[in-house]
Design a protein around this ligand. Structure first.
Ligand code: F6P
Length: 437
């Protein structure tokens, strides 16, 4: 039995759903509807042959019977961590679904992430309704504010008690979802009932068991603009290298997809695939000798073994990585300037611009559906879960599963293969892969 076969995809349920869903024209989802985790028929057959159910996610969507009474249920929403295009869309979608689909009247928006659930900060929650969320999807950022880092779980539960929150929607990344799980556990310990529904948010697209996170597509579109600028700069002069630094702490999906978008990138450097300066320089030297320009896209977490080590941590407890962008910029200049007449290096760092604007149309629609499905899950009494997407369906994923490991590019997988095919860079830029799935 593989490790993955032992995983638990079961979703916790607060109790029997007794109220009729007021959505008269909805196509209701049955509780036993599933979305296969492995779609390969061979894997499915192997599980069945061994008398096991193939691994599958619970399908998201409105249930005919719901657990909470829409007339009395009280809901809270919190946005945590770094910004991501679409945060306001998700807030709006949750509020619209709660009010328009279910007729819920009490919705609180807690301010500045989990700080808003810690009374010591004194942030008062805002009352959310259709008027407050009108047009907020056109704004970047989050109208609720955000913060990084955990807060004492007992304090957070106290605040939830004070506002009588039955369903908490937590929009955030890995740390946020772990915090949401901790809130649920603390409520259980106190014998207090709560539905905790996470909506995974990560610009790096690095949450496991979720095909794609909202805002990722918008971020890649923004990153692409920088790549196009870098390309135009480097092809217009001889002996030119353009270097673009993109977000991506531990997973280089933004750099990889930006590299695929126009095939303008000649070297894509990601955290999952080690390289050495010597390997990169040798390959660059060959390109420039052939009279070719070069565009390099580097994810911020790449090459951390070749930069000066960093020990600083951010509020979420993540190590603040050394700046690979400026490091590479300086090293490339130092290496090539003395060797080549009129060597040009252009450095572009779009930085926060890729994540702080509003979502594009696709991401907005995606956020709306995530928000609606989060509400359906909460109203049905599900808890300790996040809303995911898999094989074009929306799914329920246990928090503990979604936060069990980080999703990363597999250097032996199809995505990296295609990045190599599009860039033309050597598979080995000076170091063997140290990828641990
Ligand atoms: O986690 C998402 C992310 O965008 C990372 O790519 C990046 O390292 C980090 O956030 C930076 O965010 P902040 O400066 O807000 O900590």
């Amino acid at each position: 039995m593989s490790v993955e076969q032992k995983l638990c995809f079961d979703i916790e349920q607060l109790g029997q759903a007794r109220f009729s869903n007021p959505m008269s024209s909805a196509k209701f989802v049955d509780d036993d509807e599933r979305v296969l985790y492995f779609s390969d028929p061979k894997v499915v057959k192997a599980a069945l042959d061994q008398g096991q159910e193939p691994l599958a996610f619970e399908l998201a969507g409105p249930r005919k019977k719901i657990y909470f009474n829409p007339k009395t249920v009280r809901c809270g929403i919190v946005t945590c961590g770094g910004l991501c295009p679409g945060l306001n869309d998700v807030v709006r979608a949750i509020v619209l679904s709660l009010t328009q689909h279910y007729g819920v009247q009490s919705i609180y928006g807690f301010r500045y992430g989990y700080e808003g659930l810690n009374g010591e900060f004194g942030h008062q929650p805002v009352t959310l309704n259709t008027e407050v969320v009108n047009n907020i999807e056109k704004l970047g950022g989050t109208i609720l504010g955000s913060s990084r880092g955990p807060q004492p779980v007992e304090e957070m539960v106290k605040t939830l008690d004070a506002y009588g929150i039955d369903i908490l929607f937590a929009i955030g990344g890995d740390g946020t979802q772990k915090g949401a799980g901790a809130i649920y556990e603390e409520c259980c310990r106190q014998g207090r009932e709560i539905s905790v529904i996470g909506i995974p948010k990560t610009i790096d697209n690095d949450i496991s068991y979720i095909q794609q996170s909202f805002g990722f597509e918008t971020a890649v579109t923004q990153a692409r603009n920088s790549i196009v600028a870098a390309y135009n700069e480097s092809v217009s002069t001889r002996n030119s290298v353009s270097l673009v630094r993109l977000m991506g702490r531990d997973s280089g999906f933004i750099a990889a997809y930006a590299a695929l978008a126009d095939s303008h990138v000649n070297y894509c450097l990601v955290p999952e695939v080690p390289f050495t300066l010597e390997g990169l320089f040798q390959s660059l030297e060959e390109r420039l000798s052939r009279g070719q320009h070069a565009v390099i896209a580097v994810a911020e977490g790449a090459g951390q073994d070749i930069t000066p080590p960093s020990t600083e941590t951010d509020a979420s407890g993540n190590i603040k990585y050394s700046d690979i962008g400026t490091f590479l910029r300086d090293q490339i200049k130092q290496h090539f300037k003395p060797k080549r007449l009129k060597f040009n290096l252009r450095y572009i760092d779009p930085s926060y611009t890729i994540r702080s604007g509003p979502a594009n149309a696709y991401d907005s629609a995606f956020c709306l559906l995530l928000g609606h499905n989060a509400v359906h899950a909460g109203m049905s009494g599900r808890t300790n879960m996040v809303v995911g997407n898999w094989s074009n369906d929306f799914t329920h994923v246990p928090i503990v599963l979604a936060t069990s490991k980080r999703k990363r590019i597999d250097p032996d997988g199809w995505l990296w293969d295609n990045v190599l095919a599009a860039t033309g860079q050597p598979r080995d830029l000076g170091s063997a892969s140290s990828y641990v799935p």
